[in-house]
Design a protein around this ligand. Structure first.
Ligand code: ATP
Length: 500
């Protein structure tokens, strides 16, 4: 199969940051502390507002490259993800008094959920905005006039609820919730951001999946994918001082229960894509067999790949969205970080090799097929979309019913199989529930909030992916020994010259 690989260009993204938040106290400035770099991209003020660009106390990070290590803590460090109103903090810990012990994390992590409420759109003119947001993280929907429930409202609580009324708000949302997920990815953990919601509720807008190169490369991009890429390449630029890093991108869609490669240059199949199978590696990692994985070295390269994939993605107009995604789209970035021989001695053995995967998922919208006015192909697409989402719901139910059900039906659909790690597996996962505020969408909004509420009860088992295969380990150690021998020889020669 041909892949649309393009020539590598050297990463040259300006850093996002102004350096204001560097850890001056410990002497670990941004250039010496890669995770500190990530921490600098945000700081929360006491009232919960977010300032992008760093905060006084946000430095730290998992470890620095000057040989001093600090993990999960520090003066104001926190290893958790961003909540509102907790004051300024850094992520990844470390900082002023970093400890000397490294504890790779194998921990339980709950799925985080943010609800994004978009504005009323033109086609909702005359509708009432029925969504009530109560900070922090609470949202209420009224009971429908003719509803049969006994409550007069339906209350929900999430990690955060945001009305995305401007690009500024979406940037804040990104800084508070998406950035911690990207940080996890950089630290060697699997991570997922997944957008769910009714058709036309703003999933593609929030994810930025359909953005073109220009949007991705904008100095201040909006959307989860473009912003993640910006931070990621800033991280890579710094971390490359100590690690050899390879980043690969893959872009697939699940359309009518078929997995299609949006980066394939094949010309057969639907839109020039052939059907692929999902397989599982012995370590439990689920992957798409034969999908193009393209080495990328800059945001420009990823932008080109997204452009290429988006021209193939299945979209179509229907009554509720003029450009509706008819498939689930999954952008997957896989990163391998190997400590450079020159830095290996300064980096704990557990962190010399890191392999991680970031899934950015824009699901097709749940829909009541009659509301979309669909017929023919559009109708069967709608049926298939709803079936995939129903299976996703079944997986979520099974995972949150605890011990009552031991079988989780991941294999009932391609979507759930591919998201096996993200839900109940080895991944830091952010579930983005997108909703419309319009009264006419009451039932769908309620369904989305119920779905999201159940997803929030899922517990994932996060573990650092730092294991080399025995062959890789041997190869690495061989190179290390060679390097040390050569350094030793050089020192001996120098000593001999000085006559000591
Ligand atoms: N926060 C927002 N601010 C302004 N416009 C928005 C916002 N969110 C969504 N929109 C607009 O609403 C429309 C529908 O959004 P979008 O295509 O992202 O929905 P979707 O959930 O991906 O739909 P589908 O499931 O049908 O693909 C688009 O025109 C989009 O530009």
């Amino acid at each position: 199969m041909g892949c649309g690989a393009s020539k590598a260009a050297v990463a040259n993204d300006p850093l996002l940051l102004d350096g204001k938040g560097s850890d001056q106290k410990s002497g670990n400035g941004p250039s010496s502390n890669v995770f500190g770099l990530l921490s600098l991209t945000r700081g929360l003020t006491a009232d919960g507002a977010i300032t992008v660009g760093g905060s006084e106390n946000s430095a730290g990070g998992m470890y620095g490259f000057d040989g001093k290590f600090g993990v999960a803590g520090g003066e104001n460090g926190a290893s958790g993800t961003g909540g509102a109103g907790v004051g300024k903090f850094g992520v990844g810990g470390g900082g002023k008094n970093g400890s000397s012990s490294i504890q790779p994390i194998n921990s339980e992590s709950s799925v985080k959920v943010v609800t994004v409420v978009r504005p009323l759109m033109d086609h909702e003119k005359g509708c009432e905005d029925i969504v009530k947001i109560l900070p922090p993280g609470k949202i209420e929907l009224p009971k429908k006039q003719n509803g049969s429930g006994t409550e007069d409202k339906y209350p929900f609580e999430f990690d955060r609820v945001v009305r995305v009324t401007s690009p500024e708000v979406s940037k804040e949302l990104y800084a508070a919730l998406v950035l911690p997920v990207v940080e996890r990815f950089c630290q060697g953990f699997n991570a997922t951001v997944l957008a769910y919601g009714q058709t036309g509720s703003g999933k593609t807008y929030t994810m930025g999946t359909s953005c073109n190169s220009k949007d991705v490369l904008a100095p201040d991009p909006t959307g989860v994918v473009p912003r993640s890429l910006k931070v990621l390449f800033s991280y890579i630029q710094i971390a490359s001082q100590s690690y050899d890093i390879t980043l690969k991108a893959q872009y697939v869609e699940i359309y009518n229960e078929n997995v299609l490669d949006l980066l394939s240059t094949e010309t057969s199949g639907k839109n020039g894509t052939s059907k692929l199978d999902i397989r599982e590696r012995p370590d439990g990692d689920v992957y798409v067999e034969g999908a193009c994985e393209i080495n990328v070295k800059s945001r420009e390269e990823v932008a080109r790949i997204l452009d290429q994939g988006n021209t193939k993605r299945s979209t179509a107009a229907h009554k509720m969205n003029s450009e509706s995604s008819r498939s689930h789209a999954i952008v997957t970035l896989t990163m391998e970080q190997r400590a450079k021989i020159s830095s290996a001695q300064k980096i704990p053995a557990d962190l010399r090799f890191l392999r991680s995967k970031l899934n950015l998922v824009d699901l097709a919208g749940s829909e009541r097929v009659k509301d979309t006015g669909a017929s023919g192909d559009r109708f069967s697409e709608g049926v298939s979309i709803n079936k995939g989402l129903m299976e996703l719901g079944n997986v979520i139910n099974a995972l949150t019913e605890g011990k009552k059900r031991s079988h989780v039906p991941y294999r009932n659909s391609k979507l759930t199989r591919l998201l096996q790690d993200s839900l109940g597996g080895n991944s830091e996962t952010l579930f983005v529930a997108c909703v419309s505020p319009a009264d006419k969408n009451h039932e769908q909004t309620l369904n989305t909030l119920r779905y999201a509420s159940r997803a929030r009860a899922i517990r994932n088992n996060l573990r650092l992916n730092n294991k080399l295969s025995p062959e890789e380990e041997l190869e690495y150690l061989r190179t290390l020994v060679q390097q040390l021998q050569s350094e030793n020889d050089q020192l001996k020669t120098r000593l001999a010259k000085t006559g000591l």
